[in-house]
Design a protein around this ligand. Structure first.
Ligand code: SF4
Length: 388
């Protein structure tokens, strides 16, 4: 450790504040708010990468995780109108959809024999559907695939469905869990700071509500993920404020499994006048998040949003997870300019990870290892079967 730290200090000719940050990272000391901002201001992305990679390898060695999953987006009809959103539609508007429960069942039946382990369910905040409706959806999915892990509903969806059903957040989560909910995804967090939140999503769940819902889930033993939408109107201070609040909740509950930075995409939304940040900013952001969130087990790069090459590079900037196969089942990022038909076979995901010099590890939704692909070449067939 000492050698590596000395090498970093020599190699990067570190100014005193960055030298102090490097020393703290190497000794496992927590970074302050000001140090978080200083890291974002650091012009040397390779230094940030080296430091974040040190932490990543301390936690996970060369392992890089993925799973086999698919998405269901039950509706894109939404009562809100977030400025960055390309996905939402009003009832009756062109491009709107709302699946019936029977259509949801049909989607799940397509995967009845497929070796997927997780379904990820998020969608618009529908004006009429309450907790009972979504509970029935979960029950029907479990009836078809009892073994499937259901990761479903952002805190924003839960806030509205609970209010519609006149339930407290705790009651709603308990009800959904009894119907089959296994974990929560991390969406809806965007940027917590009210200066930014007021401009990009002023009417939906506040930061305090989002954090309350995840805290309650953790208290009930429901794990969750967390996210940050970056690269739009926010300043570095807003990002660090966001990370600070997540770090504090994780100290309290330990219920977050992974943090997923989500890049702002500019197509087909009310913020199309903004430029998207360049890839170097993506890599810097991954590195700073890895360094600041010292209590977060996993840092995930969501490849349909940033692209395969950036996802591959991110594995050297603190990231240890590249999400899953997805099988062309999400439209959220495609509608905003992300990958048009996001799907990777298991072989492709393994190739992506190996191409970055890491060891692919197939995990389940709770990060339990299913298989380590450390043989060359793999000895078993690894592609998902073709789906009708
Ligand atoms: S981001 Fe979510 S809550 Fe906001 S408009 Fe889009 S679908 Fe609705």
């Amino acid at each position: 450790m000492g050698d590596l730290l000395s090498h970093l200090i020599d190699r990067y000719r570190l100014a005193r504040p960055y030298r102090r940050i490097a020393e703290k990272v190497f000794s496992g000391e927590r970074l302050s708010f000001q140090e978080g901002v200083a890291l974002y201001q650091c012009p040397d992305v390779s230094f940030l990468g080296a430091l974040a990679n040190y932490v990543r390898e301390r936690l996970h060695g060369d392992y890089a995780y993925f799973n086999r999953n698919f998405h269901i987006e039950p509706t894109n009809i939404c009562v809100f109108d977030c400025a960055f959103c390309a996905f939402a539609r009003r009832p009756g508007q062109e491009g709107a959809w709302e699946y019936t429960l029977e259509e949801i069942e049909q989607i799940v039946r397509r995967y009845a024999e497929a070796p997927v382990t997780e379904v990820h369910i998020v969608g618009g905040v529908h004006p009429k559907r309450g907790v009972e409706y979504y509970g029935e959806m979960l029950r029907r999915i479990k009836a078809i695939r009892p073994d499937l892990h259901i990761k479903a509903f952002t805190a924003v969806e839960i806030a509205v469905m609970a209010a519609r059903s006149r339930m407290s957040i705790r009651e709603a989560l308990q009800y959904l869990r009894a119907c089959g909910l296994d974990s929560l995804p991390g969406g809806g967090a965007e940027i917590f700071h009210p200066e930014v939140r007021a401009q990009i999503c002023d009417s939906k769940a506040t930061a305090e509500q989002w954090l309350h819902i995840h805290r309650t889930a953790h208290e009930l033993g429901i794990p969750s993920n967390c996210t940050m939408l970056y690269g739009h109107l926010e300043a570095y201070e807003h990002r660090v404020d966001h990370l600070e609040r997540l770090r504090a909740l994780q100290d309290e509950t330990g219920g977050f499994q992974a943090f997923i930075p989500l890049k702002f995409k500019r197509e087909n939304n009310r913020m199309s006048h903004l430029r998207e940040v360049p890839m170097l900013e993506d890599l810097k952001n991954y590195a700073v998040c890895r360094l600041y969130l010292d209590n977060m087990p996993h840092l995930k790069a969501y490849w349909p949003m940033i692209g395969r090459q950036t996802a591959q590079l991110s594995l050297s900037f603190g990231v240890d997870d590249v999400d899953g196969t997805i099988d062309d089942t999400t439209r959220i990022y495609a509608m905003a300019g992300g990958e048009e038909h996001p799907a990777m076979s298991t072989a492709e995901l393994i190739g992506l990870i190996r191409g970055a010099g890491r060891i692919p590890v197939e995990r389940d939704s709770l990060y339990r290892v299913r298989r380590i692909y450390n043989e060359h070449p793999p000895t078993e067939p690894i592609d998902l079967p073709m789906l009708a």
